[in-house]
Structures are given as C-alpha cells and as structure tokens.
Design a protein around this ligand. Structure first.
Ligand code: 9Z3
Length: 363
C-alpha cells in the first residue's frame, strides 16, 4: 500500500464533512428512531453511481455507471413486503422508487397526458404559443384533436386528461406512492460525490447501529444494508485537487488517483451493530465474478455478496455467501418485455435470509 493510501479513519479525519451532513443525519435519525421504536425492520438501500470531481470548482468528474434501477426497484419490493421501512440513499437525479416508472427517457410524463378543448389545431391557437409556427399544419396523428375543437366551450380552457390506456397503471403506482408517503415508510437521502456517499453511509449506519426499540432492544440484526450503489474505486483527496478548471494548454491530462477507503469493514465491525449486510459486485469479465465476490466476503466478513455481470444484470445474479453460490436467473425475454423484474426475486430471497439471520441471534 502506498503511504498516501487512505484507510477509512484517515479519510474521515482528513476530509471536511459535506455542508448539509448534520441536517441530513438529523432527519434520518428521527425516521430511524420512529421505526426502531415500533419494532420494524429498517433497510438502508444505496443506489446510483458516485462521482469523483477532478476540480474543486467542478467542471469535470469521473462517474460510475448505474441508472439506479436496481436500488429503486428493490426499494419498492421491500416496501411491498410490509416488513421494512426504507432509507433510500441515492445519487441525485438517479431513478427513485415509484417515479422510476415515469422517467424522462423510458416513459416521458407529458406523453401520458392528452389535452381536451385545446385549440392548438387551429392557426389561432398556434399563433398564441409559437407565432412563427402559425402557418404550419398539424401532422396526421394530431388531426383527431379537431372534433374536440369544434365542441369547444369558450368559457372553459383546455383540460388535461390521462390517456385511457395509461390510466390504470398510473393510478396503481400513484396510490402505492401515496400510501407509502402517508405511512412515512420511505426516507430519501441524496449524494453526488463519493465523498458525500462515504460520510452519509457512515452517519446513517451508525444511527441504525445505535438505535433501540421501546424496550431498549437494539435494532442490530433487524437492520439491513443493501449496498447497490456503484461506488468509485478511486478518488482525489481535496489536498491534491486543482482549485479551478484544469486548463487544456497544459497538454495531456495526467491524474494520479488514490484508492477509495474501504468502509465496508468498519461498517460491519463497528457501525452497524451486526446488521445484515449485502454488497454488490459488478464485473464485466464473467471469470472474475465469483473470485472477486469471494474475496470481498473474506475481506469484510459480511453476510452476502450479490455478483452481477454488467450485461446480464437484469436477468441473472449470483448470491455468494461463506458456504456456497446460488445463481438466480429469470427469463431474459420477459425482462426485456418489461413483464418481470429480477429485483422482486432478489428481495424475496433476501427477506428469507434476513429472517433466518435474525432468528439465529435469538436462538
Ligand atoms: C451493482 O453491481 C448494481 O447491481 C448495478 C445496478 C450498479 C450494476 P443499475 O443501477 O445497475 O440497475 O443500472 N452495484 C455495485 C457496484 C459496485 O460498485 N460494487 C463495488 C465493486 O464492485 C463494491 S461495493 O467493487
């Protein structure tokens, strides 16, 4: 190890905490305290990729691949089980539970809506919005707007409706979202940089690790840590970062990055108080998946590594624990058609394993 490599303790001692950390942790504390008091299991889900800024006034950064699907979908399945309160710690602007079904790229929200009593089909309507387009005729598929224009009641402006075909699905998702909100079962925290992520992970796992129910029994094993975020392996310490935008006149860009401190070890040994800890291992070379997952288990001593290959992750993962390897596969066609999600099966299996883990401590 180079003398400048950071272990977790040195990293936290040498780095300034993110400006809103205390505020974030106060909010997380009241969520955790309430659910621990009520004897509910709590799962901390991390989701999305971390960034590593190359400059203090950041113009460029290194990013890790992750859309946040794994984390956001899993959060919904944990909530649906009825056994968990969920802390969803995600990369800012990555996918979130419930709203993920209507992301801008997959299912743009505006295309679910239709306008009634609207006059965009008339030249007058177009003049109001984009005068320079007034002379252009609507395309064939928007012609059907016209009959409604004929019936237009001048006292009533345009009305918005959800398209009939999308209504049932949207209503189910909206009702689920509202229900979870009204029960206060989901708490969101966002991060951008790997630095934010590390401070938040330490803060939240310490809070979970020290919480108790009303009979002073620790949350301990009832806590789960589901670490699906794609975390950078390399970072630049603040002391080695350029203050301003790196200038191209300096020729080729050569940056030496440091290994990110491994916080899974202190999470397991010091912070989480025996919480059930699941990390994900992402590889692109299938040969490396099992050995790397095994090495992580060995190194950190946690309960489970879920290995996934970048290109197969939506229909195949492998559960690696101290004893064996358990492949979970679902149909690729069904996945691609949007009929099934592997996260449903992952979460089912994890809940069963978590239940067993809790039972072991009480026996
Ligand atoms: C994963 O492996 C996740 O399953 C994915 C999910 C990032 C592949 P999406 O968000 O993708 O659904 O698009 N996460 C962990 C990746 C990671 O950084 N793991 C570290 C490593 O592999 C260990 S914590 O070394």
């Amino acid at each position: 190890m180079a003398s400048t490599d950071y272990d977790a303790e040195a990293f936290f001692a040498d780095s300034d905490p993110p400006p809103k950390l205390d505020e974030e942790l106060r909010a997380a504390q009241s969520f955790i305290a309430r659910h621990a008091r009520e004897g509910r299991r709590i799962v901390l889900i991390t989701s999305g990729g971390t960034t590593v800024p190359l400059e203090k006034n950041t113009v460029r950064f290194l990013d890790n691949f992750s859309a946040g699907t794994r984390g956001a979908a899993s959060a919904e399945y944990f909530l649906r089980s009825g056994h968990y309160a969920v802390i969803f710690m995600h990369r800012q602007h990555s996918l979130q539970p419930f709203s993920r079904h209507y992301s801008h790229s997959v299912n743009p929200f505006l295309s679910l809506l239709e306008l009634q009593n609207d006059d965009v089909a008339t030249a007058k309507g177009r003049t109001e919005l984009f005068p320079s387009l007034a002379a252009m005729r609507p395309t064939q598929e928007t012609q059907h707007v016209s009959p409604q224009v004929e019936r237009r009641d001048s006292t009533q402006g345009p009305q918005i409706r959800i398209k009939t075909a999308d209504r049932a699905c949207l209503i189910t998702i909206l009702r689920s979202y509202k229900l979870i909100q009204s029960l206060g079962l989901l708490h969101n925290i966002s991060f951008t940089t790997v630095h934010d992520y590390l401070f938040l992970l330490r803060g939240v796992s310490r809070l979970m690790g020290s919480s108790e129910d009303e009979n002073n029994r620790p949350l301990g094993r009832q806590g789960m840590y589901y670490l699906a975020a794609a975390v950078s392996d390399f970072f630049l310490p603040a002391t080695e970062m350029s203050e301003h935008k790196i200038q191209s006149r300096e020729g080729s860009l050569v940056i030496e990055m440091r290994p990110v401190p491994k916080v899974l070890k202190p999470l397991v040994e010091q912070w989480s108080n025996e919480g059930f800890t699941v990390s994900f291992k992402l590889e692109t070379d299938p040969q490396l998946l099992i050995p790397k997952a095994r090495a992580a288990l060995q190194r950190y001593g946690h309960q489970l590594v879920i290995g996934n290959d970048l290109n197969r992750r939506k229909f195949e993962v492998v559960f690696v624990d101290q004893q064996d390897e358990d492949w979970l596969r679902i149909s690729q066609q069904q996945t691609e058609a949007g009929e099934r999600e592997i996260e449903e099966d992952i979460v089912d299996k994890l809940i069963a394993r978590h239940t067993e883990y809790i039972a072991k401590s009480s026996s």
